[in-house]
Design a protein. Structure first.
Length: 205
């Protein structure tokens, strides 16, 4: 009876030890599997999602593009989530993500990805930050100066015209008014003399 009990105790002990070993291995392996570094890249942005890290450990993440820091080294705890906009580009960009797991488990990552060019972007079409130059104002066209010959022709002469010119234009001499005035005086004088002679005759009769 004693031998029978011993034969059953030995396999039971072995099963117990094996189960404990498997459970211990699972507990130690769980943290390494649980760390999940993930990141996605599009033509315009990068999304970084790091979960299930040890909160008390000194975890860091760094992201660079074509050798230049896009995300300088940053510390994080149990989780890290961030979206970063990429600069405008007309050729593919090489992105480099480095994650260091401070707990020493398998949560570290050193990986590169490529950001393609967005559709509709043509080479050399990146907008310029320099404002367009203002065109110079057009100068008014100076008006032509009047000809001196024309001005001289338009200015009337201050000298009197020769008598011959007056005759040619009017057909009479400048003395015509004097003659007409003298004739009128003579007519008046003659009428006066005639009137006086008639009055004398009337008185004598």
């Amino acid at each position: 009876m004693t031998v029978f009990n011993r034969s059953w105790r030995r396999p039971g002990a072995l099963v117990t030890v094996a189960a404990a070993g498997a459970l211990g291995a699972g507990l130690f392996a769980a943290p390494a599997v649980a760390h999940t570094p993930a990141w996605t890249v599009t033509c315009s942005e990068v999304s970084v999602d790091l979960v299930n890290y040890t909160a008390g450990a000194e975890n860091t993440v760094t992201l660079s593009v074509d050798g230049k820091d896009l995300l300088p080294t940053e510390k994080f705890g149990g989780e890290f989530h961030k979206k970063i906009e990429l600069p405008k580009h007309d050729k593919d960009l090489t992105l480099h993500l480095v994650v260091k797991d401070g707990s020493g488990n398998d949560g570290s990552l050193d990986q590169e990805k490529t950001a393609p060019v967005c559709e509709g972007t043509e080479p050399g079409t990146e907008p310029s930050t320099t404002p367009p130059a203002t065109p110079p104002a057009e100068e008014p066209t100076p008006e032509p100066e009047p000809s001196k010959t024309t001005e001289a022709a338009e200015v009337p002469s201050s000298q009197p015209s020769p008598a011959g010119d007056d005759l040619a234009e009017t057909g009479s001499s400048s003395t015509t008014p004097l003659i007409a005035g003298a004739a009128a005086v003579i007519l008046v004088a003659g009428a006066g003399i005639t009137w006086a002679a008639r009055k004398r005759r009337t008185v004598e009769n």
